[in-house]
Design a binder for this molecule. Structure first.
Ligand code: TUI
Length: 314
């Protein structure tokens, strides 16, 4: 059994967080992951507060296990979403694309654990000073909005720089990845891409089919020139982005091209002109399976790896 102090901190059985993905991790997936012993996390993205309230109430009808909400701090609704998190006493909040500093006191007052996602050591230190409970160090192998560091160098540097627990994210798919993350000093992992092909995940079937077929080199990072680089599956939209960036198109024009494209992919199934955000591990997805089976596979896989490692069985 692989338990770490993250399990005690969050009241979960396994040190596995399902990354909060906009338009992807809705109540169905979140409840299934939490019910299976991991931590399911709602991706609130740019959704209005009423949407979040609905999701929370759906989850509470299915499970009474802890779950989380990811707040994308660039969302125009971030303040209102945080108000709901506090009012509903959501057990865990993760944040992306910014610094949650101004919300920490209010969240801690109601007992919500605050865990920002960071792409660098400097941001990890800044977040620690704001009083957060743990940090997710996310490498550029992950899908969606990414930083510049990769997981292998980022995680140990963050572990050395802070005194709070560190969770590894980016490029982790199975028991091998979990053990590797623990070896780097992390107390657990966050995985997004793998859970996109969970049976309970509501994304369009077209996207699941693309992921099932994807190989190691099928993602690309676009939008570096805008200051908001995102890792996506290569398609016609990604190609257009690359062409426009090469031509020196102003960032505002490029940003406009991206508006509404994540929804177009995940909800409407537009896999050519939508933004199919996914991490480099997409090449390892081989089947659609229930979240419970995914979690069991990761844990039994990790236990086998530990036995197989030199000295592990002795
Ligand atoms: O947030 C993510 N990944 C995401 S968010 C997203 S939704 C989206 N929609 C439209 C355009 C762009 C994104 C899809 N994927 N990951 C966590 C993450 N956070 N990665 C990097 C950061 C980050 C960046 C800057 C965290 C803090 C930060 O601080 C900046 C500051 O100045 O405080």
């Amino acid at each position: 059994m692989i338990r770490t102090k993250l399990c005690d901190l969050l009241g979960i059985e396994y040190p596995i967080l399902q990354g909060g993905m906009a338009w992807v991790s809705t109540a169905e997936l979140v409840a299934a992951v939490s019910e299976a012993g991991g931590l399911g996390i709602i991706g609130s993205g740019q959704a209005p507060p009423e949407w979040l309230e609905e999701q929370v109430s759906k989850i509470r009808k299915i499970t009474n296990k802890p779950f989380g909400v990811n707040v994308m701090l660039m969302s125009p609704y971030a303040d209102q979403v945080m108000d709901i998190v506090i009012r509903e006493r959501i057990p865990v909040v993760t944040t992306g694309a910014g610094n949650p500093g101004k919300y920490v006191a209010g969240l801690k007052e109601v007992g919500t654990k605050v865990i920002p996602v960071v792409p660098s050591v400097a941001l990890a230190k800044r977040m620690e000073r704001s009083g957060v409970d743990a940090i997710i160090a996310e490498g550029g192998e992950s899908g969606g909005h990414v930083g510049e560091q990769n997981t292998m160098p980022l995680v140990p540097q963050v572990v050395d720089a802070v005194n709070i627990p560190v969770i590894a994210a980016g490029g982790i798919f199975d028991g091998r990845g979990l053990v590797a993350a623990l070896a780097l000093g992390a107390v657990g992992v966050q995985m997004g891409t793998r859970f996109m092909c969970a049976s309970e995940c509501v994304i369009h079937d077209n996207v699941k089919k693309v992921l099932l077929k994807a190989k190691d080199r099928d993602t690309v990072v676009t939008g570096r020139s805008t200051g908001h680089p995102v890792r996506v599956i290569k398609n016609k939209l990604a190609k257009r982005f690359e062409e426009l960036e090469m031509l020196g198109t102003p960032p505002e024009e490029l940003e406009k091209l991206g508006v509404g494209k994540l929804r177009a992919a995940m909800v409407d199934g537009d896999i050519e002109y939508g933004s199919v955000m996914a991490g480099q591990v997409c090449g390892m997805i081989k089947k659609i399976q229930p979240a419970k089976e995914i979690i069991e596979d990761i844990i039994t896989g990790a236990e086998e790896v530990l036995k197989r490692l030199p000295g592990g069985g002795n």
